[in-house]
Ligand binder design. Structure first.
Ligand code: UD1
Length: 430
């Protein structure tokens, strides 16, 4: 059993450096399947989701070299036309990008339906609609998605997404890069990692334009060649540290960020009384006074990200007055509130709305991480709470945060990771 143990109540001070973006990396790695030649990729976060994707690529015959902890060379020139191991694929939601990548590379794909965090129904109908638009025949059978291109190959088409979907936008982009003709994605998502994937593909010879707007145009090319790429900093990791400083108090310089990507999060924290100073590639977060209440509605980028919803909830739980969060992307994403309430928060949830009455203090206890970002919220709550917090099921957290312990210790937190044999529990205080 792996756990984090936090002795809370200490303010955070110093400098923390943000890693490469998880949600960009988990699309870019499968997309290397499309490339003839070596991709040198910098700023790859060393997190378990990435390690899993590398294992899948390795299984398929990719040649992978780690030049430094965060720089990889991946050569998929001689990958085998084989299925990705479904035991591995089911463990990570982003493995759905293997459908687009295999379809583009081999003209067919068979991938187990994705796993990942449970926020209610997470359909992939829009991905399928996109693949069908470029000529693939897609079937769902025995828990697998099977996609087959016609003998003449994939051909460009126009797809209008019914919902703004990050995954569908990126997957269709990956699938269409090597198709004949032009593919247009309308009502595309605009997240920073969508632009990053387009930039990666273009660095390898693709012709993708419009990424970052709601109409993306992909002019098919015959092949992609190797090249160099550096992944953008992780917007959500940076936001998580910002929320941690807001909740626990202190003064931290968060470096290796793109402040523009943080606008919505910075604006909300400023509204709550946190001082945010922006530099070229860093943000300073200072919180000394009382946090003020605020309301948040999660929206596609540039709106407030659903992946920051649990973290901001902790700040609101400690703010003066009543705050309201409206979750508009997922059906159920408030499972963690019950855990925060056990730590002394006062949150009432009604389906997609959480009403949070601020309390002066939270206290440590044993809680569990019910998903990746919920787990991050537990860490923030533990840092801000009085006494000891024990967090269980930290595997979720390690899917998406590189060196969380080292980074938090570096800014003054008291946090450690322990592994105990199953059945033996570390006593919780408070
Ligand atoms: C990605 C991110 C996840 C983030 C989410 C929203 C990855 C690996 N995951 O997830 O961290 O929380 O974006 O920013 O990058 N939908 C459909 N049909 C589809 C696809 C999506 O109805 O085919 C719906 C979903 O149920 C959801 C909404 O569209 O309500 C947005 O989902 P989407 O943007 O696709 O999220 P993911 O790609 O799964």
């Amino acid at each position: 059993m792996k756990q984090y143990i936090i002795e809370g109540g200490k303010s955070l001070n110093g400098v923390v450096t943000i890693s490469g973006a998880k949600n960009a990396a988990v699309a870019i790695l499968p997309a290397t399947l499309l490339v003839n030649g070596t991709c040198r990729i910098e700023n790859v976060p060393d997190i378990s989701d990435v390690r899993l994707l590398l294992e899948i690529l390795d299984d398929m015959g990719a040649v992978i070299r780690r030049l430094s902890p965060n720089t990889l060379e991946i050569d998929c020139t001689h990958v085998r036309d084989s299925e990705a191991s479904d035991a591995l694929v089911r463990r990570i939601r982003a493995s759905y990008y293997l459908i687009g990548a295999q379809l583009g590379r081999f003209g067919h794909a068979k991938v187990a339906l994705p796993g990942g965090c449970n926020f209610g129904a997470r359909p992939i109908d829009q991905h399928i609609k996109g693949f069908e638009t470029i000529g693939a025949e897609v079937t769902l059978h025995n828990g697998f998605v099977c996609a087959v291109a016609p003998e003449s190959g994939l051909t460009g088409g126009r797809v209008n997404l019914d919902v703004v979907s990050v995954g569908a936008t990126m997957n269709i982009m990956i699938g269409a890069v090597l198709a004949t003709g032009t593919t247009i994605i309308e009502n595309a998502a605009k997240e920073p990692h969508i632009v990053d994937l387009a930039n990666f593909l273009n660095a390898m010879g693709a012709k993708v334009s419009g990424a970052g707007t709601d109409i993306i145009k992909i002019r098919g090319v015959k092949s992609l060649r190797g090249g160099f790429y550096s992944i953008i900093p992780d917007q959500i990791e940076a936001g998580t540290y910002m929320a941690a400083v807001a909740a626990a108090g202190g003064n931290v310089l968060i470096q290796n960020v793109i402040p523009k990507h943080m606008d919505c999060i910075s604006a909300k924290l400023r509204e709550m009384g946190v001082k945010i100073t922006e530099y070229d590639d860093a943000i300073r977060v200072q919180r000394t006074g009382v946090l003020r209440r605020a309301n948040v509605k999660t929206l596609p980028y540039p709106g407030f990200p659903t992946d920051m919803q649990p973290q901001i909830a902790v700040c609101m739980a400690l703010a003066s007055g009543v705050s309201v969060i409206t979750e508009s992307i997922y059906d159920t994403r408030f499972g963690y509130c019950a855990e925060l309430n056990r730590m002394g928060a006062a949150i009432k949830v009604d389906t997609k709305i959480a009403v949070i009455t601020g309390v002066e203090k939270m206290h440590g206890c044993t809680v569990h991480a019910c998903d990746l970002r919920a787990g991050a919220a537990m860490v923030i709550a533990g840092l801000a709470a009085e006494g000891r917090t024990v967090i269980e099921e930290i595997e979720y957290i390690e899917r998406g945060y590189e060196n969380l312990i080292g980074k938090l210790e570096g800014i003054g937190a008291s946090i450690k990771r322990i592994e105990t044999p199953r059945g033996r529990r570390v006593p919780a205080v408070g």
